[in-house]
Design a protein around this ligand. Structure first.
Ligand code: ZN
Length: 105
């Protein structure tokens, strides 16, 4: 699936803004997945796997997940990013930084 320049820019903004941190727990260095709204299919932010699973099971109107759902990173940044799938692909704007061993070969 090809993504336009706006999606690439939005994804890059999100990735840079979160700086490798989970949008809910704030932990850094964990594998992050794209969390999306299942009604709109728009990306809300990048979460660690644990928070992503717990967010899906949480239906409380208050608490950290409710706060996240009301004010998630793409709302804060004012960007719109359609969810293209759970896996990172070559055209995914949220592709992690290239690994050092892959550079300069
Ligand atoms: Zn987390």
């Amino acid at each position: 699936m090809a993504l336009g320049g706006d999606a690439l820019r939005a994804g890059e903004m999100l990735r840079i803004w979160q700086a490798g941190r989970c949008a809910v727990c704030g932990k850094q260095g964990l594998y992050l997945v794209k969390d999306h709204d299942h009604e709109t299919w728009l990306v809300r932010g990048l979460l660690c796997r644990s928070c992503n699973v717990m967010e899906g099971m949480d239906s409380d109107e208050s608490g950290c997940f409710a706060d996240y759902r009301r004010r998630h990173p793409t709302v804060i940044l004012g960007v719109r990013l359609e969810y293209a799938g759970p896996l990172f692909g070559a055209e995914d704007p949220l592709l992690p930084e290239p690994r050092k061993e892959a550079a300069g070969t």
